[in-house]
Design a protein around this ligand. Structure first.
Ligand code: AMP
Ligand code: ZN
Ligand code: FE
Ligand code: FE
Length: 283
């Protein structure tokens, strides 16, 4: 029997993905995935549509979200699974969404100074009511002929420390984890490769701190993780009693090299991850 796969990290038009929640779930069914989690940036807007589609297409859909937090002056992402809105989570999401709304004009101001004039209305049209993020700005820069592709937009202007970068998050990991727990969910450290830990000890130091705040899991299987990095994550997860999860971080058009469920081609997040998450939730 073939192993059942799932994908616990996906984006839709509710944030910076290019497919609607319904389209995403339909694609998951076509890809033979047993379960998916919809994890849009800083919003749960796409969840109910995805849940409905899950029933229609026979895919288990997990209500999720990806929160951006500020950690040691850098970016960190924390995934929430099995969440249903709580007063604290609602408050946190409002704060983060307001921080985004303040940040986008700052980025546009910097770009205008650098010679690329984009207005907020264009971005709002692109996002169609979803969360506006840097990928939308990158696409607008391409549309204006300022850069040839979105990769260049990030590499030359929008990446952290780039001339048009502005920080977004004001949320601490501790508060993010608390908010996820208050919503009845589990908090999972997203894509540890982005923390630039070259050694297991460096990753362990971060994980140990997150553990004191109640982190429940770590995303070990991920499109950008090579087998040795995945192995390292699995060892650390085991050592700190974290649920090992995984996902592709599928966005559709903004990340054309990442396929739903398959990542760069050979990813299969074992469905067992879902069972382990559910077990942890029972505890
Ligand atoms: P934001 O939430 O607005 O900060 O945008 C974050 C999103 O931008 C990520 O989920 C990625 O899709 C994308 N992104 C971040 N850094 C890069 C990069 N260096 N190259 C391409 N896309 C990136
Ligand atoms: Zn994204
Ligand atoms: Fe992320
Ligand atoms: Fe993501």
């Amino acid at each position: 029997m073939e192993t059942a796969c799932c994908d616990l990290h996906t984006h839709t038009t509710a944030s910076d993905g290019s497919y609607s929640p319904q389209e995403l779930v339909k694609m998951a069914a076509a890809a033979g995935l047993k379960a998916i989690a919809v994890t849009d940036h800083d919003t749960m807007q796409g969840i109910s549509e995805a849940m409905e589609a899950g029933k229609e297409y026979g895919v288990e859909v997990i209500a999720g979200m990806e929160l951006s937090v500020l950690y040691r002056q850098g970016d960190m992402h924390i995934l929430g699974y099995y969440i249903s809105p709580s007063p604290l989570l609602t408050e946190v999401l409002q704060e983060v969404q307001q921080a985004r709304a303040r940040r986008n004009p700052l980025i546009l101001e910097k770009l205008a100074y650098l010679g690329c004039k984009i207005n907020m209305d264009e971005l709002a049209d692109m996002a169609q009511g979803g969360q506006i993020g840097r990928p939308h700005i990158a696409q607008a820069m391409v549309n204006h002929g300022f850069v040839s592709d979105t990769r260049t937009a990030f590499a030359m202007y929008l990446k952290k420390g780039g001339p048009a970068y502005a920080p977004k998050s004001i949320l601490s990991p501790k508060r993010a984890i608390e908010a996820i727990h208050s919503a009845g969910g589990l908090a999972v450290l997203a894509h540890p490769f982005s923390l630039h830990c070259n050694h297991q000890a460096a990753l362990e130091e971060i994980v140990a701190e997150l553990k004191t705040w109640g982190i429940d899991g770590m995303e070990c299987y991920y499109s950008e993780h090579d087998p040795s990095f995945t192995e390292m994550c699995l060892r650390v997860a085991d050592r700190y009693d974290l649920v090992a999860t995984g996902g592709s971080d599928f966005h559709g058009r903004p990340k054309p090299n990442i396929q739903l469920g398959k990542g760069k081609g050979n990813l299969c997040v074992p469905y067992e991850c879902v069972i382990l998450l559910r077990d942890r939730l029972q505890k």
